[in-house]
Design a protein around this ligand. Structure first.
Ligand SMILES: NC(=O)c1ccc[n+]([C@@H]2O[C@H](COP(=O)([O-])OP(=O)(O)OC[C@H]3O[C@@H](n4cnc5c(N)ncnc54)[C@H](OP(=O)(O)O)[C@@H]3O)[C@@H](O)[C@H]2O)c1
Length: 317
């Protein structure tokens, strides 16, 4: 909600969630449990912005966090690129991934410093490792087709390029986006990487063309829905007739919403031996990393397991 109540001075430590439909996110139920486990005594408030919102909306929340002592920080989703573009001058510190990827998912404070971190190359990587078998790309020769070139696509491709073992990174990474600006941004990020991955950029929003791109993938390829379609906006970037890569990996970045893309893959899962992953693990890694940054908590594997257990009890079925 962008109403003035969200931006009133907080009276208890408050973490913000900048998104599109924040009230529907599981974090609203999960955060109070995590606050108890971590002894934070904190609350969470959602701040909804329209897609590609005006700069004033992003400036309002960032300045509020900066100036209000009980406003501890925020997790940013969907608006990661647009928010940083609108508010860059407000930050005293941006981490190396934020500078490379030109986006932030974490806003935090240390002393007088307002800090922005791009956590997604780390958190998308942890999520990737949870379902992509070791040596998968060396064993299969599969490629990645990433539909959507926003903040998550940047993060996932940067993570893929960081994989040390050649068999753990795809030889080719194709990204499709409906507007040229995001593809340009992605190209700019990839130019700074020292990588042997062949990147391809395709300007398109026609699902039939996405079907054709998907049908041309080698077996073992990964298809990612990073468009937000099926949650932030209706539909799927591919049609019901899309041909999935045999033994392929299908990654829907969301875990809630209509999830049409994931359901399309599910209907072909058995015939095509698909491994299908939704966004729940990504959600957990994304939130735990940012909560740890905002509240200066040391996130150990044991603590992550506790937070995972508490959240999983509340997971929508
Ligand atoms: N599970 C999790 O914790 C988690 C973590 C990260 C992200 N996500 C989800 O993943 C989705 C993507 O996140 P993001 O941060 O990357 O969002 P984003 O920055 O808004 O990126 C979405 C991109 O997809 C493009 N797009 C939209 N419809 C398209 C279509 N039909 N064909 C081609 N491109 C299309 C958009 O193009 P335009 O620039 O033209 O609009 C935009 O560049 C969101 O729904 C987000 O909630 C979930």
């Amino acid at each position: 909600m962008t109403s003035s109540t969200v931006l009133q001075a907080a009276t208890t430590p408050t973490m913000y969630f900048v998104g599109v439909t924040t009230g529907k996110s599981s974090i609203m139920k999960v955060f109070p449990k995590w606050s108890d486990i971590l002894g934070l005594g904190a609350q969470i408030k959602g701040y909804d912005c329209a897609l590609h919102a005006p700069a004033e909306d992003y400036l309002a929340i960032v300045r509020h966090i900066k100036n209000d002592p009980f406003s501890m920080g925020a997790l940013v989703t969907t608006h990661k690129v647009d928010l940083l573009h609108a508010t860059r001058d407000e930050f005293e510190y941006l981490d190396p991934y934020a500078l490379l990827c030109d986006e932030i998912s974490s806003i935090s404070k240390r002393g007088d410093q307002l800090r922005g971190h791009a956590k997604d190359p780390i958190t998308s990587g942890l999520s990737w490792e949870a379902f992509v078998p070791e040596n998968h790309w060396g064993n299969t020769g599969g490629h990645v087709l990433c539909l959507g070139a926003g903040g998550s696509a940047i993060a996932i491709s940067v993570y893929a390029a960081s994989r040390k073992n050649k068999a753990d990174r795809p030889a080719k990474f194709i990204t499709v986006n409906r507007s040229e600006g995001r593809l340009e941004l992605l190209r700019g990020v990839h130019k700074q990487l020292d990588t042997d991955i062949e990147f391809e950029y395709i300007l398109n929003e026609d699902p039939l063309k996405n079907d054709a791109l998907m049908a041309a993938l080698p077996p073992g390829s990964m298809v990612i829905n990073a468009t937000g379609m099926g949650k932030d906006r209706p539909g799927s970037p591919v049609t019901d007739n899309g041909v999935w890569p045999k033994n392929g990996l299908v990654w829907e970045l969301n875990y809630r919403g209509e999830l049409d893309f994931m359901h399309q893959a599910e209907r072909r899962a058995e015939q095509d031996s698909l491994t299908i992953e939704d966004g729940w693990i990504y959600f957990l890694h994304g939130w735990t990393q940012v909560v740890a940054e905002v509240f200066d908590v040391q996130l150990t594997p044991e603590l992550f397991a506790k937070l995972d257990d508490a959240a999983s009890e509340l997971r929508p079925r």
